[in-house]
Design a binder for this molecule. Structure first.
Ligand SMILES: Nc1ncnc2c1ncn2[C@@H]1O[C@H](COP(=O)(O)OP(=O)(O)O)[C@@H](O)[C@H]1O
Ligand SMILES: [Mg+2]
Length: 585
């Protein structure tokens, strides 16, 4: 785990090494100052020599200046190293997430990925900075101060030792309690982000269903849970400061008490006593810092695990070593294919799918919500990998293709598709970066998107807001189809992509497909019989199985499911698969 994180330090190695070195220099200066202070008192004040005061005082000021510079430089390099480390880590995470397949993303959930890239990385950044600055400095200063104290007076120094030990035990108890609280904090952060993310992305649905107050409750509950945990943790940590003061004052008291006796019996000078008091402060401060470092490391250990889990995740779908770089045609062969989303799942979502789709055919798919239509088509462009059997596109196994080649050739308009912030033209060019204006127009024409684009005052330069909020559902669907067409695919898959488009326009889009891209295999999932009845053949799906695969005419004669839906939809009635008109998502 440490190694995985250390890899991200990269170009900040120099700064990472310089920081503790500067901190050591600062410690060295800090340690010399009490000695000089003792000298001023003993040789200057007590000895009545102005010259000694100037001399030792000058040296002391010089040391203080060097210490100041070292502290400043250490702080600067520490900040540089930790901020750079955080940037590298974030970039590594982002790059990694880009390689994730759909199933990898299912594994973490989007909200959790967001927390890991933000809160967790920030934690690690703070911990790293603390580590660079304090991990060497605090123990070094503690040990040196201890040695110096023993050097001046072993008897008095042993007082520290006792107090430091008592304080250390106390801090260890505090840390172990706090550690347990913090490990729960991050799970709660995930919940918070999930609630925020779900609510904000679905804000329109939330409003439509007047769920605001319920959503607010969910959010406040998580928020409140976080507040409680932080208050608990921080108040426990806060007990450390009075404990430290107590220890400081008692050691001053004890040292002064015993020191006074020793001065009377000339075993100790006043200057030495002052130096000892200064060292006692140093020791206690270092102990305090050390405990802060421990708290930080505790907090960040949970974050480190969460970040490394993302970095360690193996992308489920990777490019083969010698990929096939061209999809020759749009033929699709499913050979005894079984599929489940999770390896450990008991039942297959799709079982024993066996069928051949010829290149250039138009295939309709119908079936109830949850009958695995989406799962079926997602296998073809390898958004998920099949569990058993074999799946060939254009004569090659889908796993033999270069991923980009395959996904360009198999163009899917996903069921819940989104547009991105940018102009219409920019969005369409996702399909093909080099597309000329003419090509954009042609694709828009085929998808019947030209009619409304031309009506926008700014045409193809119209700005699409995030998620396509400023176009209607049907307009968004048509833009998504145009975007998919720009890839000039061998296989075009529409997953319920014209559900918000009126039937007349829907028919015109299909006619354009027939006339303009006759060689492309077209797979159209729809809830509407009218969208698939002119297909060459129709797949009827039922609970993850192929119930029938035949021409519309034959299905009308032989398939009960198709006949029911056909009759319901052509003789009035909604004929929806779902009696209660369930939301498909
Ligand atoms: N990402 C996923 N992870 C786990 N299960 C899923 C996932 N997507 C869909 N499923 C499950 O697979 C089944 C088929 O879903 P889907 O293919 O979306 O059906 P359809 O498109 O016909 O409505 C459903 O039971 C659904 O719960
Ligand atoms: Mg679906």
């Amino acid at each position: 785990m440490i190694r995985k994180l250390a890899e991200q330090v990269k170009e900040y190695k120099g700064a990472s090494i310089a920081t503790p070195l500067f901190m050591l220099l600062e410690v060295a200066m800090e340690m010399m100052i009490p000695l000089e202070m003792g000298n001023i008192l003993d040789k200057g004040v007590q000895g009545g020599s102005m010259q000694a005061i100037f001399c030792f005082g000058g040296v002391m000021i010089l040391m203080a200046l060097i210490g100041l510079f070292a502290g400043f430089a250490g702080g600067k390099y520490g900040a540089r190293a930790s901020a750079g480390f955080a940037r590298n880590l974030r970039e590594a995470l982002f790059r990694k997430i880009q390689t994730f397949s759909f199933s990898n993303i299912d594994h973490f959930s989007t909200a959790s990925l967001v927390t890991r890239m933000t809160t967790d990385v920030t934690n690690l950044q703070n911990a790293y900075q603390m580590l660079l600055r304090m991990a060497v400095r605090a123990p070094a200063s503690m040990i040196v101060a201890m040695i110096m104290a023993f050097y001046i007076s072993a008897r008095l120094a042993s007082i520290y030792l006792v107090i430091v030990l008592i304080l250390a035990v106390f801090l260890i108890v505090v840390i172990s309690v706090v550690r347990r609280i913090f490990s729960r904090v991050f799970k709660e952060y995930d919940n918070l982000n999930e609630s925020v993310q779900e609510n904000i992305t679905g804000i329109r649905v939330v409003k439509a269903y007047v769920r605001e107050s319920i959503e607010k409750d969910i959010f406040s509950r998580t928020s409140e849970a976080l507040r409680k945990m932080f208050v608990k943790a921080e108040s426990i940590i806060a007990t450390g400061i009075p404990a430290m003061s107590l220890a400081a004052y008692s050691s001053i008291l004890l040292i002064s008490w015993f020191g006074a006796h020793m001065i009377v019996s000339s075993e100790l000078t006043t200057g030495e006593l002052v130096s000892l008091l200064a060292y006692s402060m140093n020791i206690l401060m270092s102990l305090m810092m050390l405990s802060f470092v421990f708290v930080m490391i505790t907090m960040s250990a949970a974050s480190a695990e969460r970040v490394v889990a993302v970095l360690d995740e193996a992308p489920e779908i990777v490019n083969p070593s010698e990929p096939v770089m061209e999809v020759p045609n749009g033929e699709i062969i499913f050979d005894h294919v079984n599929f489940a989303y999770k390896k450990e799942a008991q039942n297959f979502v799709l079982s024993d799918v066996n069928l051949t789709i010829r290149s250039g055919e138009t295939i309709g798919i119908m079936g109830a919500t949850g009958s695995a239509k989406t799962s079926f088509v997602n296998l073809i462009s390898r958004l998920y990998d099949i569990s058993e059997g074999s799946l060939k596109v254009g004569g090659h196994d889908v796993r033999d293709y270069d991923l980009k080649v395959l996904r360009d050739a198999v163009s899917v308009v996903l069921q819940n598709n989104v547009l991105f912030t940018g102009t219409i033209a920019e969005n369409l060019r996702w399909g093909n970066k080099q597309a000329t204006e003419e090509e954009l127009k042609q694709a828009a024409r085929m998808a019947c998107a030209d009619e409304f684009i031309d009506r926008f005052p700014e045409g193809y330069e119209t700005f699409i807001e995030q998620g396509g909020a400023n176009v209607s559902g049907g307009q968004r669907q048509r833009l998504c189809i145009a975007r998919a067409l720009l890839k000039r695919p061998r296989v075009l898959i529409l997953d319920d992509s014209t559900s918000a488009v009126d039937t007349a326009t829907d028919a015109r889009i299909r006619r354009a497909f027939r006339e303009d891209i006759p060689d492309t295999t077209k797979i159209i999932i729809s809830q509407r019989v009218s969208s698939v009845q002119d297909a060459d053949r129709i797949i009827i799906m039922d609970e993850g199985r192929i119930d029938a695969f035949d021409t519309p005419e034959n299905l009308l004669k032989s398939n009960d499911i198709y006949r029911d839906i056909y009759e319901a939809q052509t003789q009035g009635g909604s004929g929806d698969f779902d009696e209660n008109g369930g939301e498909d998502s």
